[in-house]
Design a protein around this ligand. Structure first.
Ligand code: NAD
Length: 505
């Protein structure tokens, strides 16, 4: 995958490159340089210089640039979707949908940064009544973003757009499977903000990502596997660089006895199979109330009838983007079958050389890897449960905690609250990802930190608190001139304020 070429820009040494390949047929989509540690350091240094310009623009000026960029992406959506289709293999429509959501996030971040991050007055309290207090959220400086390949626009944009809107500059290391998409984003941004390296891309493999972690950026936003997330944290620890980790999941979709079975089946099928199951917030497990299990299975198998993976127009499922994942998918299916799962569609034999045909297993033992580990393929493990208590318990019996869905007419929200995960959709799948005001992120092995919404903007800032003395204090407490009489008054005041038994009511 890697090569060495002479480029007109390199006077000293040839630049090492790597190819991005079309996973449907192995064709080379493009060749990109492997950025060295020195290249990454230089990009971060340029970014720091640009940060003093970008960070000093007003929120409105930055919003203007970001909204222009949003319009450029929107007008060229077909071009970007085609590039994403060629690099990831996903169908054009799916590639477009991902970009649509990302565009909406850029607009939201641009329009709301001022309100969320600008200076706010806060109450000073009785003890400090002579102070006017404000809090504002300041940009950190340079943010490093490391992205995955499965949603090469939507996923990194959750960090890039919010970090930029907050006043930071960004150095982005896209996945080695989708460098073209990353470069396209940076190139279009440069068309809007000429001559200022506010958003730069460094392409390369894991070592380039590692170089970004150790380049003394002010925050590192990582999206990818938990295993790499641990390496990222360890590398960032060297400079005490704070990190956001958006890692994998093993989300469940819970179906209650009063659910709309047809809609629940439609959602489970799409949640599990779309993007060939390569979705961090995709449905991997389904827990169905035993009273409706049979009708749910009849419905989902009927809906799955014509669904297939392939590279032709009629195929709604694309290839497995990362060839090494094929082995993981096969091993999970083999493990489930060996432990006693029923194959009702596809099965271990559905794993081909580039494509995996839709696979549904039922009665999958809870100790099989198909239940305990992220499969990242078009497979669903569907198990009956006696009650919603059992569905919640099994859902939560995983080290992950990213997202999930609940289908129930009466108690959807109550069940959703009991699921230990960052996000849950009731009576739909992944709806939260398209709501720009909602924070996005997980707990446990799914990571920490939040992108999107006000929390996502604040994630790329630090809080700055300011007090301004409005008038002389009635009692001067912060002075060596404070006497015993004042100490007595302070004791009386605090007793008056907090010494009683008064509760919230
Ligand atoms: P990955 O961990 O293999 O790679 C992610 C990125 O990290 C790539 O850009 C890669 O080059 C880089 N990298 C590799 N080694 C590195 C190192 N030592 N230091 C720094 N960077 C390094 O993940 P992937 O296969 O690209 O993505 C799939 C995973 O991402 C799945 O687990 C999926 O669930 C997860 N994901 C999570 C979210 C979320 O928001 N929680 C979103 C999308 C994908």
């Amino acid at each position: 995958m890697t090569a060495t070429i002479d480029t007109p820009t390199s006077e000293d040494a040839p630049v090492e490159t790597f190819d991005s390949l079309n996973p449907s047929n192995g064709d080379v989509v493009g060749s990109y340089p492997i950025a060295s540690k020195a290249d990454v350091d230089a990009a971060v240094a340029r970014s720091r210089e640009a940060a003093s310009w970008w960070g000093n623009l007003s929120f409105d000026e930055r919003a203007e640039h970001l909204l222009t960029w949003r319009s450029v992406i929107t007008r060229r959506i077909a071009q970007l979707a085609d590039l994403s289709h060629r690099e990831t293999g996903k169908p054009h429509g799916d590639a477009q949908l991902e970009i649509v959501l990302a565009i909406d996030h850029i607009a939201w971040a641009a329009k709301h940064a001022k309100k969320v991050l600008g200076s706010h007055k806060v109450k000073s309290g009785l003890l400090m009544a002579n102070q006017a207090s404000t809090v504002e959220y300041k940009a950190l400086g340079v943010v490093g973003v490391i992205g995955p390949w499965n949603y090469p626009v939507f996923t990194p944009m959750g960090s890039i757009a919010y970090a930029l809107a907050a006043g930071n500059t960004v150095v982005f290391k896209p996945s080695e499977y989708t460098p073209g998409v990353g470069q396209w984003l940076a190139d279009t941004f440069t068309e809007v903000v000429h001559g200022r390296p506010v958003l730069q891309v460094v392409t390369g493999l894991g070592a380039t990502g590692n170089a970004l972690c150790t380049a003394a950026v002010d925050k590192l936003a990582f999206t990818g596997s938990g295993a790499t997330g641990k390496k990222v944290m360890a590398a960032c620890a060297e400079n005490l660089t704070p990190v956001i980790i958006e890692a994998g999941g093993k989300d469940s979709l819970i179906v209650d006895e009063d659910a709309d079975i047809s809609k629940a089946a439609e959602a489970a099928l799409w949640g599990g199979m779309s993007n060939a199951g390569q979705t961090c917030i995709g449905t991997e497990r389904v827990y169905v109330h035993e009273k409706v299990f049979d009708s749910f299975m009849t419905e989902i198998l009927e809906q799955a009838k014509d669904l297939r993976a392939g590279a032709d127009q009629g195929a709604k499922i694309g290839p497995i983007t990362m060839p090494s994942q094929l082995k993981v998918i096969k091993s999970h299916l083999d493990d489930a079958v060996a432990k006693g799962a029923n194959v009702v569609l596809g099965g271990p034999g559905a794993v081909g050389e580039r494509f995996v045909q839709p696979t549904i297993l039922t009665h999958v033992p809870e100790n099989s890897t198909e239940i305990t580990e992220e499969t990242f393929g078009p497979t669903l493990a569907i198990n009956p449960v006696k009650s919603m208590d059992e569905a919640v318990e099994l859902t939560n019996a995983t080290a992950y905690g990213l997202a999930g869905a609940v289908f129930s007419k009466k108690q959807g929200v109550e069940i959703a609250r009991r699921v230990r995960s960052g996000m849950t959709s009731v009576n739909s799948v992944i709806a939260f990802a398209g709501v720009p005001t909602l924070p996005f992120g997980g707990v446990g092995q799914s990571g920490f930190g939040r992108i999107h919404g006000p929390d996502g903007l604040k994630e790329f800032t630090y809080a700055k608190s300011i007090t301004r003395q409005k008038f002389k204090p009635i009692m001067m407490l912060t002075s060596f001139s404070r006497d015993a009489k004042t100490d007595g008054k302070v004791a009386s005041l605090i007793t008056l304020m907090h010494g009683g038994k008064k509760t919230l009511k």
